[in-house]
Ligand binder design. Structure first.
Ligand SMILES: Nc1ncnc2c1ncn2[C@@H]1O[C@H](COP(=O)(O)OP(=O)(O)OP(=O)(O)O)[C@@H](O)[C@H]1O
Length: 307
């Protein structure tokens, strides 16, 4: 007896990539038909709708998903997978057609932007399983947030809070947002603790990397590896605005992690305490998720995807 055909559930964020997902959907849909996918699809109607859509599909025992959107849509789908107990996470598999602004997560995994190549990768069925990061924010202790690319607090959270205004510019929106934010952001007092490190004082940002790229192609952690069971930390201590401006190119080639004010290390658990009343913003995979102190953990090999 032959196995039942796989049913794929395709989630499209029509707003991602400044509306490109909606525009390109007819072409993508035609390719799914060409490659004989048995699929259902749904457009998201509001922010985080992809989380609800994925949960509803799991109730129908659908385990194969395709994300048509950017890093934020994928982030919401991962959070749906990690916050349910209907189906073991190892049985849930995700393919990605990256149509976002930054499209940073796919860069580490060499998933191309060309739709047909993405669909061929999914059809070939070769899976990888990467680590997932988990953040528990002190002032929101009952609701963990999961991430697969990079999370951080401080300047990068501030940039994420501004960058949506510039997304019509494409990937350069993040660089533009970075420059604009330089003039408004104030460094904050923090204490960062891991098993091997304690760092405290004035801080620009604290980054937790699983994959290598963020902010539209920047490399802000030293040796992020989504398969090594470790969080790759960069603590940018009291970096001044002029120091950032004079090191802009180093944001993109990774050399910023070699700056004497940037401390890098790897850990399984990280605690961040904020030592001031105004709480800096936290971002995860380019989505704003809260503010203030938090703990971060690694969940080894928890997200399976086609690559
Ligand atoms: N129908 C919708 N209307 C408004 N916002 C939506 C809708 N569907 C999803 N969203 C939100 O859109 C946001 C951005 O999506 P996404 O990150 O996929 O695209 P992007 O910002 O263009 O790409 P990237 O994150 O790669 O830069 C997410 O926070 C998501 O929750």
């Amino acid at each position: 007896m032959s196995a039942a055909p796989v049913t794929w559930f395709v989630i499209i964020n029509p707003t991602s990539g400044n509306g490109l997902s909606r525009k390109k959907w007819p072409n993508i849909k035609a390719l799914f038909k060409k490659y004989e996918f048995n699929f259902q699809f749904e457009f998201t109607k509001y922010p985080k709708h992809s989380t609800e859509l994925l949960h509803q599909a799991l109730i129908q025992n659908i385990k194969h998903f395709i994300c048509v959107g950017g890093d934020g849509t994928l982030h919401n789908m991962v959070n749906a997978i990690m916050t349910q107990n209907l189906i073991p996470t190892a049985e849930i598999k995700v393919g990605v057609i990256p149509i976002g602004t930054g499209n940073d997560w796919v860069k580490t995994h060499n998933i191309p932007k060309d739709f047909e190549s993405c669909i061929q990768i999914i059809k070939n069925g070769q899976l990888k399983t990467q680590d997932v990061g988990k953040i528990v924010i002190c002032n929101n202790s009952n609701k963990p947030i999961f991430f697969i690319n990079l999370a951080g607090i401080g300047f990068d959270g501030f940039v994420v809070s501004k960058v949506h205004k510039f997304k019509h510019l494409g990937a350069i929106a993040y660089l533009y947002g970075t420059i604009i934010s330089l003039f408004r952001f104030k460094n904050f007092k923090a204490k960062v603790v891991s098993k091997s490190e304690t760092i405290s004082g004035e801080t620009l940002m604290i980054l937790i990397g699983l994959c290598q790229y963020s902010g539209g192609g920047m490399q802000l952690t030293e040796s992020a590896n989504p398969f090594d069971g470790l969080l790759d930390i960069s603590v940018a201590r009291n970096l001044r605005k002029l120091e950032i401006v004079s090191n802009l190119s180093k944001l993109f080639n990774g050399n910023i992690t070699k700056h004497y004010k940037v401390k890098t290390f790897k850990t399984e658990v990280l605690t961040v305490e904020i030592d001031q009343i105004k709480e800096p913003l936290i971002q995860a995979d380019g989505e704003l998720v809260g503010s203030g102190g938090f703990e971060a953990f690694i969940i080894p090999k928890a997200f399976s995807f086609y690559a």
